[in-house]
Design a protein around this ligand. Structure first.
Ligand code: HEM
Ligand code: HEM
Length: 152
């Protein structure tokens, strides 16, 4: 493999995941609006339903799911290409945990659409955990990036 390619790929994953952090924030915003559209006063609901927040949240949420699964596996692929092995460290383990958690949260979609309250609470709880881990993942990711850059 050309040497430069490995280095470029090492930057692709952080860029992709950085945009994903922004995308997750947007999904959170849409989710909160969707909740307001469901539980607000009749006047608020009438106004908010026009925004189709639940549908938009489902769409952006699905995109976040796709990019997280792809980006996580991609990160492992890049690490493997560059080092011939994976480093079983916090960034790998937390990354896999986040990917698993968001998949669980997404799998609750049909139940949420039937109005299942427990599924809703679990979905929000799981995804809040994902969002918190994301901040930690950004810190450990930037450390790895710094190491790659200084040792290149
Ligand atoms: C960053 C990730 C995500 C966050 C922070 C998030 C957050 C939320 C919040 C706050 C709600 C409103 C709950 C309520 O009404 O009480 C919600 C609802 C929902 N979410 Fe997510 N979510 C995320 C990702 C996803 C993904 C990946 C999917 C599916 C692929 C998804 C599908 C749904 C659905 C179907 C609902 C129900 C909407 C409705 O009221 O019909 N979400 N989410
Ligand atoms: C903005 C945030 C992030 C930054 C700056 C970042 C940075 C990095 C870097 C530099 C690598 C090493 C690539 C190489 O060896 O060349 C890496 C690997 C990896 N990343 Fe990320 N990452 C971020 C977010 C994420 C997220 C959100 C996930 C998963 C949900 C994730 C999962 C992984 C995995 C599984 C690996 C391979 C294992 C390892 O090298 O430790 N990363 N990341």
């Amino acid at each position: 493999m050309p040497e430069d390619l490995g280095l470029y790929l090492s930057f692709l994953h952080p860029l992709l995941m950085g945009s994903l952090l922004a995308g997750s924030g947007y999904a959170l915003f849409l989710g909160i609006k969707a909740k307001k559209a469901r539980t607000g006063t009749p006047e608020e609901r009438k106004q908010l339903l026009k925004g189709k927040f639940a549908q938009r949240h489902y769409l952006i949420g699905s995109l976040v799911l796709v990019v997280m699964v792809g980006g996580s596996i991609g990160g492992m692929a890049v690490t493997y290409l560059n080092n011939g092995k994976l480093f079983v460290g916090p960034h790998l383990l937390v990354g896999l945990a986040m990917t698993g958690l968001i998949a669980l949260a997404a799998g609750l979609s049909p139940l949420m659409q039937q109005g299942n309250l427990i599924a809703r609470k679990a979905h929000v709880g799981l995804n809040m955990l994902v969002m918190s881990l994301f901040l930690w993942q950004t810190a450990s990711g930037l450390q790895i990036l710094n190491k790659i850059w200084t040792e290149r």
